[in-house]
Design a binder for this molecule. Structure first.
Ligand SMILES: NC(=O)c1ccc[n+]([C@@H]2O[C@H](COP(=O)([O-])OP(=O)(O)OC[C@H]3O[C@@H](n4cnc5c(N)ncnc54)[C@H](OP(=O)(O)O)[C@@H]3O)[C@@H](O)[C@H]2O)c1
Length: 308
């Protein structure tokens, strides 16, 4: 009989990319939409997990959004993500699930470091105020996983902490989009309208680490297969970063637009730099393989499909 896997957030960027890579000949897959299973409903979530009896769970659901959404709706980001994390993790524990992969985010780290962030840095300094509620909910979930392991003397609950992500299943709506989809959206629009310039928020020198979602999905599949050797808490990232201007230049190459950039230095740019330490990832024996140019070209194709 095929093993059973439950993927939460299967309609989201990470969940969809993972489902594209999961082989249905190898797995019995459950990935209900939010309409089919609202994970803020503790009872419904526990009943679903108990009935499906998954061998593995990848928890990729959450209320996820950009800076503006986090600033305007901090209550939702804190409460919904805390509820979802609690319900899925405790539901899995009650059902005896032995392989649980929780997805956190690098927002769990202090915002006052200019060196690569190590897993042991969590709760060692102030969080970024703009998404503090979201970060607290993510820290709650990862600590709950660690406490369950500690209390039971086992290691069934593990957390991956990806850096920023981008990919074809990204959200290109300018209201909610992150740096990479915003760059593609702006540059594709400039190409369509014949505009010669595109505006960048800030001066373009802030540095960011973006991982291609296909690479994260590959790391998750490997984590399911090699679960015992997977550290309890592990960053997933590139281990190096690019400037905002470099992302815009690479996006311009992927879109094949040859204009110039202007800078609005009155706009907020967030942290100067944020990079995750990939020592544990390297020791585990994994690294991402997609180049920035290839990742952006595939992301642009995803954008074109949506806008066809
Ligand atoms: N995107 C990034 O750059 C990034 C970076 C690091 C870590 N992560 C982490 O990766 C995970 C997935 O992120 P993502 O980018 O894939 O987010 P996403 O595209 O917004 O997907 C999140 C998914 O969660 C579902 N969801 C939200 N509330 C739900 C509820 N109450 N019940 C059931 N499903 C619910 C959403 O369903 P609807 O579509 O119906 O709303 C959506 O399918 C998150 O834990 C996030 O923190 C993301």
């Amino acid at each position: 009989m095929r093993p059973r896997i439950f993927v939460t957030g299967g309609r989201g960027m990470v969940g969809r990319t993972l489902l594209e890579q999961l082989d249905p000949a190898e797995w019995t897959i459950a990935a209900p939409s939010r309409a089919e299973l609202d994970l803020t409903d503790a009872r419904a979530t526990a009943v679903f997990i108990a009935d499906f009896r998954p061998d593995a769970i990848v928890h990729a659901a959450g209320r996820v959004g950009g800076i503006q959404a986090n600033i305007s709706e901090p209550v939702d980001f804190l409460v919904m993500n805390t509820d979802i994390g609690r319900n899925v993790i405790l539901g899995a524990n009650a059902a005896g699930v032995r392989k649980f992969i929780n997805l956190a985010s690098s927002c769990v780290y202090p915002n006052d470091r200019d060196v690569a962030l190590r897993e042991e840095d969590i709760l060692s300094g102030p969080l970024e105020p703009t998404n503090e509620g979201y970060a607290i909910a993510k820290i709650f979930a990862l600590r709950l996983c660690q406490y369950l392991n500690r209390q039971s003397g086992s290691a069934y609950f593990k957390t991956l902490i990806p850096c920023n992500l981008y990919g074809p299943n990204d959200h290109f709506n300018p209201e909610v989009s992150h740096l990479v989809p915003a760059a593609i959206q702006k540059i594709a629009t400039a190409k369509r309208l014949g505009s010669e310039s595109v505006e960048i928020w800030g001066d373009g020198t802030a540095r960011r680490e973006f991982l291609y979602t296909g690479d994260l999905a590959n790391a998750i599949l490997r984590a399911i297969r090699d679960f015992e050797r997977l550290p309890e808490l592990m960053n997933v990232g590139l281990g190096y970063d690019f400037s905002v201007l470099e992302y815009y230049k690479a996006a311009a190459a992927a879109v094949d637009w040859r204009g110039y950039f202007t800078y609005d230095e009155t706009k907020p740019v967030g942290m100067r730099r944020k990079l995750v330490d990939v020592t544990r990832q390297a020791e585990w024996g994994w690294r991402p393989l997609t180049t920035l140019y290839d990742g952006l070209a595939m992301t642009y194709r995803g954008f074109q499909e949506i806008n066809r």
